[in-house]
Write a new protein. Structure first.
Ligand SMILES: Cc1cc2nc3c(=O)[nH]c(=O)nc-3n(C[C@H](O)[C@H](O)[C@H](O)COP(=O)(O)O)c2cc1C
Length: 214
């Protein structure tokens, strides 16, 4: 335990993989995000599509890791259970924040935006592309509800496996949300904690870009 405490208190990582300037940033934040996501994929970052999604209800924030599963012109899609905690939270307050951190690239992207359910057809198509076991899992899991024993989940899985002998239909409580961004912040680590940050905020159809202090 002493070693962990010592490591946390004293380990230092310096960042020097890149520089952001007014000249080299991409002016359209969607294109910039795609470029950085592409860099993360090409550099074989593990799970480059994983991000933290923050929700907030009654002043109490919550966040959790999710997978980005759709890149659309209007925004970013993830899939989940509509009846779990985040589903209930989004029904009360659709304002969210997404955070991608690609440690290997020393980059972070923060996005704020508004989440709304995608068309059922989009959820149907994505659900149909999932492996059968994941499809059955979406039926079996009552996401975020208390589970007395893991065996109860396995029993439900078996029950749905028997019920849906061939195709597994999409459960009505499972589907996608699309986040329409209102702002992006691109962060590139620099030596001595003097990082580069560029904030993009939407003003009508224009994106206003500001450099921020680290
Ligand atoms: C790497 C990783 C990827 C995940 N991807 C998803 C996902 O795409 N959808 C999802 O509903 N939960 C995903 N989870 C589980 C969530 O973090 C969370 O536990 C779950 O969605 C319940 O959250 P909630 O109680 O706030 O609704 C993932 C977890 C990890 C660690």
């Amino acid at each position: 335990m002493g070693d962990v405490k010592n490591y946390i208190e004293n380990h230092r990582e310096d960042f020097d993989k890149g520089i952001l300037t007014k000249e080299n940033i991409v002016k359209n934040p969607f294109d910039f995000f795609n470029q950085w996501l592409n860099d993360a994929i090409e550099q074989e970052v593990k799970e480059p599509y994983a991000f933290h999604l923050a929700t907030s209800v009654d002043g109490i924030p919550q966040n959790r890791v999710l997978y980005l599963r759709g890149l659309e012109e209007e925004g970013y899609i993830f899939y989940t259970n509509y009846d779990g905690n985040k589903g209930n939270e989004l029904a009360k307050n659709p304002n969210v924040s997404m955070n991608f951190f690609w440690a290997e690239l020393e980059r972070q992207v923060r996005i704020t935006g508004v989440a709304q359910k995608v068309d059922e057809k989009i959820s149907d198509e994505y659900f149909a592309s999932r492996p059968r076991k994941s499809q059955l899992g979406a039926w079996a899991s009552q996401q975020s509800k208390e589970l007395d024993d893991y065996s109860l989940l396995e029993e439900r899985l078996e029950m749905f496996d028997k019920k849906f002998k061939e195709n597994v239909p999409r459960p009505p409580h499972w589907g996608g949300y699309i986040v329409t961004p209102k702002s992006f912040e691109f962060w590139q680590g620099r030596p001595s904690r003097l990082h580069d940050r560029f904030l993009y905020e939407q003003n009508d159809s224009e994106w206003i870009i500001k450099r921020l202090n680290p």
